[in-house]
Design a binder for this molecule. Structure first.
Ligand SMILES: Cc1cc2nc3c(=O)[nH]c(=O)nc-3n(C[C@H](O)[C@H](O)[C@H](O)COP(=O)(O)OP(=O)(O)OC[C@H]3O[C@@H](n4cnc5c(N)ncnc54)[C@H](O)[C@@H]3O)c2cc1C
Length: 431
């Protein structure tokens, strides 16, 4: 029997479930189809598990450094299996929250694999059999999965994906991490903190190849001080692969399209197989694509913004804060026209070492660099390496979006003693 909807969303990651809820709030009849657990990559094998494990590793670090505060404490044992169990419980709870959100907004949720029968009809393969769905609008939000490098297949034992790494039950003795992007750096930092001897290899000349070179260079030093062997400009990343217990390959993501049966609709894809879009529109009038499947963003919050834009028929472009959870984390944000519109940019820095709160917290490593347009005095960007960079960057993001200028902040008060004072100090240095 056919089920008829205004909107059918395929995939319940941050793109899919936010989009479904937004349409439902507009009184549309909405269905969302998900083949795995609700929450997608972000919840099940991305943002949430990595940040949870980072937090556990950070707790271990804090205990190790407690003598600085006159507290003598020893770590007797780390039960990695317990850590993974706790992580899975957290994911389960958050996934239940998403289900509640969807159902309370009257979105129909179907567990199964969706494939296209025609431009407005889907077949959903469920445990109970096949369901046919007809919908005016179809939103593809099927995300991305781990990609390997040539000549290597994931065996999920030695050659592992980021998802495998997040489900290991023992801490490996050593690990080769191939790929110096955000995911490679985060997993290197986490496992190194738990005692794994990590070698991190990147083919480009710096870690985080698209990031400010000063920030990337300082990050490499921080990782090296933690004991991670960092090799950039490495042409033969697999040279001594036999020496490693685990080889984690995190060199990028590939689109999840295999099961969609796209030959039935002639959907245009780009060279890498991602869905071609223009303002979320595909080459087929009633079919839209959002999130990782478009090959843009690769972040949960850009996926969520896509979701809201497509549901509200908008196309907002905002500065995108970027964060990598190393120890300490690094973060950056730039005005959307940073590279094209400004010719006269001034950079100023302020150091964590000179901040009282950083001293109190025993987190003295790091700096913030801000960029200002010399002519207009507008705040254009910031690059932070240091404690809570992940939170501080949002403050600069708001300043950029609000078109704030140096003089707008000269009389501003920030709580003292606070890490955010570092931002204010760097900006005031520009005046
Ligand atoms: C290790 C790691 C760490 C990350 N950390 C962060 C972070 O800290 N912050 C951040 O912002 N981003 C992070 N990301 C990226 C973030 O997870 C993704 O950008 C985000 O999940 C993309 O959302 P999406 O909805 O487009 O796709 P996904 O989250 O991948 O969701 C797509 C969903 O579609 C389902 N699906 C696919 N095909 C079908 C089908 N045919 N039928 C039914 N269902 C289908 C999939 O099962 C999946 O649940 C991380 C990613 C990884 C891998």
């Amino acid at each position: 029997m056919e089920k008829i909807y205004d909107v059918a969303v395929i995939g319940a990651g941050p793109a899919g479930y936010n989009c479904a809820i937004n349409f439902a709030k507009q009184e549309k009849k909405v269905v969302i189809i998900e083949k795995n657990n609700l929450g997608g990559t972000c919840l099940n094998c991305g943002c949430i598990p990595t940040k949870f494990l980072w937090q556990v590793a950070k707790t271990k670090q804090k205990i190790s450094k407690s003598l600085e505060y006159g507290i003598k404490a020893n770590i007797e044992q780390i039960n990695f299996q317990d850590i993974i169990t706790k992580k899975n419980r957290l994911i389960e709870n958050l996934s239940k929250g998403i289900l509640k959100l969807l159902t309370s907004n009257k979105v129909d949720v179907i567990k199964g694999v969706a494939s296209f029968k025609s431009n407005n009809a889907l077949s959903v393969n469920t445990e109970e059999g096949s369901i046919e769905i007809v919908s005016n609008k179809i939103i593809i939000a099927t995300g991305s999965t781990c990609k390997t490098i040539s000549n290597i297949e994931f065996d999920h034992k030695k050659f592992i994906t980021s998802t495998d790494a997040l489900n290991l039950t023992d801490i490996p003795k050593n690990m080769l991490v191939i790929g110096g992007g955000a995911i490679g750096i985060e997993l290197s930092s986490i496992f190194s903190c738990f005692g794994t001897a990590v070698t991190l290899r990147e083919i480009c000349t710096q870690l985080l190849p698209n990031e400010d070179s000063e920030l990337a260079g300082e990050l490499a030093k921080v990782l090296a001080r933690q004991g991670i062997k960092v090799e950039v400009a490495c042409q033969d990343t697999l040279k001594d692969v036999d020496n490693f217990e685990k080889v984690l390959i995190v060199t990028g993501r590939k689109p999840t399209i295999e099961e969609l049966n796209l030959k039935n609709i002639n959907l245009s894809l780009d060279k890498k197989g991602f869905v071609k879009t223009n303002n979320y529109k595909t080459n087929i009038d009633n079919i839209f694509a959002i999130g990782d499947i478009t090959g843009k963003g690769f972040l949960a919050y850009t996926a969520e913004q896509d979701a809201n834009n497509v549901a509200e028929n908008k196309n907002s472009i905002d500065p995108i804060p970027k964060v990598v959870f190393s120890f300490p984390p690094v973060a950056s944000v730039k005005d959307v026209n940073f590279d094209s519109s400004y010719k006269n940019i001034v950079y100023k820095k302020s150091m964590y070492l000179s901040n009282a709160r950083a001293q109190i917290e025993g987190e003295r490593t790091g700096f913030i660099k801000v960029a200002i347009d010399k002519d207009s005095q507008k705040i254009l960007g910031a690059w932070i390496l240091g404690e809570k960079a992940d939170e501080l960057i949002n403050i600069v993001s708001v300043m950029i979006k609000a078109n704030m200028k140096v003089q707008d902040l000269s009389k501003n008060m920030f709580f003292h003693p606070g890490l955010a004072e570092i931002i204010l100090e760097a900006i005031k240095n520009c005046s």
